[in-house]
Design a protein around this ligand. Structure first.
Ligand SMILES: NC(=O)c1ccc[n+]([C@@H]2O[C@H](COP(=O)([O-])OP(=O)(O)OC[C@H]3O[C@@H](n4cnc5c(N)ncnc54)[C@H](OP(=O)(O)O)[C@@H]3O)[C@@H](O)[C@H]2O)c1
Length: 288
């Protein structure tokens, strides 16, 4: 049986990819930077140590592996990440399923453009998952403002974005990894079925969680000033501002039917996502 390395196992997408692969009884290795922490948090799994900034971890992590779910942690040096791709090629990896971003092919200045090119040039057979805006951003970097100030706080103006559930992306990743032949060389633009703005998300959230949630539409400068004062790192704030600027100017609203063409199901809608994550949006003191 083939062994699949799941990178970013402790992250948003890696967790969901691992779950989907387990349902398919695939043999997986979970790549983590801190195996002892992962063991405490996620229990017994097949862990392997992988840190892109420590090249000596590459070969042991790739031992016995023939397929990889590969995600790019935004703070990683491209030279380190590309060294890992090079080592994967040397070792004879047969398939990389790479988590990219929608429209990466048109954005030569972003890391995903360069990473896709590095994978293609390595000659390793690949599938690119060019994913739309994650719904799970709401329960991750927007969560603090939702919980503490009952508001969605991002500088996206009235722009619409193609909210995409990470669980749907993980499903396509798992299918690509376990049914490789059908997905080799494919570049999938994966989105939800609807592009909506953050006013609509706030209204839907209000209805479902039963507490008024507003969307404050800060300017990019207001957002940066506020987040800096809150103690977030400026590099991270710039990445978040950049993503929402693309939404604001109307470039994130494209939707595709790739998910339903592959799965013959509709992508997860925003209502289902909010219901499934409802407990995360509720302050702890109000849970009796
Ligand atoms: N957010 C969106 O809307 C969106 C949309 C499309 C595409 N994307 C892309 O999705 C990716 C982010 O995916 P995600 O949200 O699943 O990530 P995430 O939740 O932020 O998790 C990052 C993962 O990377 C691991 N990691 C960090 N530094 C590492 C290193 N030096 N070596 C090895 N592993 C390292 C982390 O492990 P530790 O536990 O050790 O920190 C963690 O497992 C990005 O490439 C982003 O551009 C995002």
């Amino acid at each position: 049986m083939s062994n699949i390395l799941v990178t970013g196992f402790t992250g948003n997408t890696g967790q969901e990819v691992a779950k989907k692969l387990k349902v398919k009884n695939a043999s997986i290795l979970c790549a983590v930077r801190h195996p002892e922490n992962a063991l405490k948090k996620y229990g017994e799994q097949n862990y392997v140590h992988l840190d892109y900034s420590r090249h000596e971890t590459f070969e042991p992590a790739l031992l016995g592996i023939d397929r990889i779910f590969l995600m790019y942690p935004p703070e990683t040096l491209l030279s380190d990440f590309h060294a890992f791709i090079h080592k994967s090629q040397e070792i004879g990896i047969r398939h990389i399923v790479y988590l990219s971003v929608k429209d990466a092919q048109r954005l030569p200045f972003i890391p995903h453009f360069k990473n896709e090119r590095a994978i293609a040039r390595s000659g390793i057979p690949y599938t690119f998952l060019r994913a739309g805006y994650f719904m799970q951003n709401l329960n991750l970097f927007m969560l603090d403002e939702i919980i503490k100030n009952d508001r969605i706080y991002v500088p996206a103006g009235r722009g619409k974005t193609s909210f995409t559930d990470v669980r749907d992306i993980a499903e396509i990743a798992a299918r690509s990894l376990t049914e490789s032949a059908a997905h080799l060389g494919k570049k999938y633009a994966l989105t939800g079925s609807q592009a909506i703005d953050f006013y609509e998300v706030a209204r839907t959230m209000t209805t479902i969680i039963g507490r008024p949630i507003s969307y404050s539409q800060p300017s990019t400068q207001e957002f940066k000033t506020y987040m800096l004062a809150k103690g977030l790192e400026s590099k991270y704030i710039n990445v978040v501002s950049g993503i929402h600027f693309i939404t604001k100017i109307g470039l994130a609203k494209g939707i595709t039917d790739v998910y339903s063409n592959i799965t013959h199901k509709q992508p997860t809608g925003i209502e289902t996502y909010i219901k499934d994550y409802q407990a995360s949006f509720t302050p702890e003191e109000s849970i009796s």
